[in-house]
Design a protein around this ligand. Structure first.
Ligand SMILES: [Zn+2]
Ligand SMILES: [Zn+2]
Ligand SMILES: [Zn+2]
Length: 106
């Protein structure tokens, strides 16, 4: 029986707080692979393939449930409490990444 996510209704329009990279990695000089956008507050964090996994840490620290990919051309979302992938979670205005952002050099 498919799980039903009750959090998607709570998704708001958010503006990425750090539109050019992972908030914590930019502050500490960390590396990331891909970026994720928190749909509760606009936090940009790095994915679970990144060394510091700040998107998942953000969920554990805040209980903000839903992220979407912050990579160009990707539309999927993910709910942490339900461990549920959402195939199409269309970006709202201002949410989509204009391009893939790489970590700063060195
Ligand atoms: Zn959910
Ligand atoms: Zn990070
Ligand atoms: Zn958040």
């Amino acid at each position: 029986m498919p799980k039903h996510c009750t959090h998607l209704d709570q998704v708001k329009d958010v503006a990425p707080r750090t539109p050019d990279g992972c908030e914590e990695c930019l502050a500490m000089g960390g590396d990331w692979v891909h970026l994720r956008l928190c749909l509760s507050c606009g936090h940009v964090g790095c994915c679970d393939n990144s060394p510091n996994r700040h998107a998942t840490k953000h969920f554990h620290g805040t209980a903000h449930p839903v992220i979407r990919s912050y990579e160009p051309g990707e539309e999927w979302g993910y709910c942490y409490p339900h461990e549920l992938f959402v195939e199409v979670l269309a970006a709202r205005p201002g949410e989509a990444a204009a391009r893939h952002y790489d970590p700063p050099e060195g």
